[in-house]
Ligand binder design. Sequence first.
Ligand code: ADP
Length: 588
Amino acid sequence: MFESSRPLRLTLYVFLILAGAVLAATLAIRHAERQALVEDAARANQQLGLYATSLHTLIERYRALPVVLALDPELRSALKGPLSPEQQDALNRKLEQINGAAQSSTLELLDHTGLAIAASNWRLPSSYVGHNYSFRPYFSQTRTQGTGRFYAVGVTSGIPGYFLSSAVTDDDGRFLGAMVVKLEFPELEREWRQGSDTLLVSDARGIIFIANQPGWRYRLLQPLSDSDHAELKATRQYDKQPLTPLKFESLHRFDDNSDLARVEGPEGNADYLWESLPLTAEGWTLHLLRRPQVAFEDIRNAALAAAGSWLALVFLLLFLNQRWRLAKMRQRSREELEQLVEERTRDLRTAQDGLVQSAKLAALGQMSAALAHEINQPLTAQRMQLATLRLLLDHGRVDDAYKALKPVDDMLTRMAALTGHLKTFARKSPSGLRERLDLAAVVDQSLELLDTRLRDEQVSTVLHLTRPAWVRGDAIRLEQVLINLLRNALDAMRDKPCKRLEIRLEADEQQWRLSVIDNGTGIAEENLAKVFDPFFTTKPVGDGLGIGLAVSFAIVHESGGRLSADNHVNGAVFTLTLPIDPEANGAC
Ligand code: ADP
């Protein structure tokens, strides 16, 4: 079950990571879009200010024109009395001339009843002359307030325009008529059309009357009340133009004058950034509608950056988690290893102690055989010597008897020494014993134990021993090492007709160097590294256990020394080094 749930879990993780990346990318796209919109809105708003200024400047340029013209005495006198056709013709031409110079759309002079008595467009079929415009709000405004302004579609020309008017009064301030200038904005609309933005101007009722794109003019931004309808009818502001509502809904409101809106425009449904700017002087509102343009690259970069950051974060966390787990695992395995090493060391120590003991027992066995041989001979000799002694005493030869006692005594002393060694050798010595001892004496004792074999095999022994050679260690164990080295040397020389054993003990810097040199078979090159391995032996089964050197090696190391094997010209050399006991100088 565990096995099958693993790939499942992995798939789930991969899915979650990818889902996170997609989510991060989506959020980033949303954010980037919103950010781009906000920036775009701010830009559009700035532009709107520029458009407003251009419109305002245009109107301002003509505001003074009717005021100045109203002061013209010729116009004033024309309004005072009945006008001859010549006078009217002169007036028409004058207005035509001024209109041309001022580059306004039309100039007209209304008398106190609202009748146009002269106009700059007198030559055209759509001439204002002879029409009455008293129904226009600017006329009544001018009569009551001195000036008037009104945007309307020309009832005569059908062309929309902004009417600015100023009262013409006599010297007593009585109202004689109104001087009117009509402004049209075709140039402005043309200029505004150059950008891709939609620019609209709406009046106080929410009726769009200037638009730089076709199909937007005369649309309603809000429903009209009945009184609005009545008033529009009376003033004929938009004359016969059908006013249709413009459907739109705000999708997001940035602030009072800034929206993201879905508009059912002339070209169909579309989303726009919709910026508005109230033009307080005229009571109008300027609108700028812009299709939101989010740069694809920006969006893609934002998405990639977000997904990348998310993945980097996830991988960093995974990496840290992995490291943490690895460290924990390492810590655990280190602890386990330490525990294992501790256990094994304990086992090995026990095994080594056992090996030391069995090696000793094995040596003891071999030695017992040698001992039996060693002791039997002197015992037989002694029995014969005792019989001789008895004979001498029987014959009263006391002096000779005394002389004959000496060899018996010697033999007994030697035998006692041998057995004494054996007793101590077999005992299991406490490990780590570090008594102060003379290494040369250890050599003596070992040689003594092997004396019989040395003599039997006619080994010539050469000794170069520096005495005393003080070291710290366990005498019995070191003796065991030495006996082992010596016995190996004897074994190696078994088939040599001329056997030579050399033992050197000399000081070398801070340590004693003890070399056991034989002229035996030597050690095969490939075996040099193996001789200290436990159970490595080249001897026939029953002769060698292969533990002697391994145990010796351990004993020497335990005493703080080193044991190494090598070959010389004709035979092997084993070198044992032990630190010189510094207290040696003070002692003896
Ligand atoms: P064993 O004597 O029971 O074989 P050891 O550990 O004492 O075990 O010796 C291991 C092996 O090292 C021997 O079998 C022998 O091959 C080699 N060896 C030891 N001493 C000598 C020596 N002086 N000359 C040649 N070979 C030796």
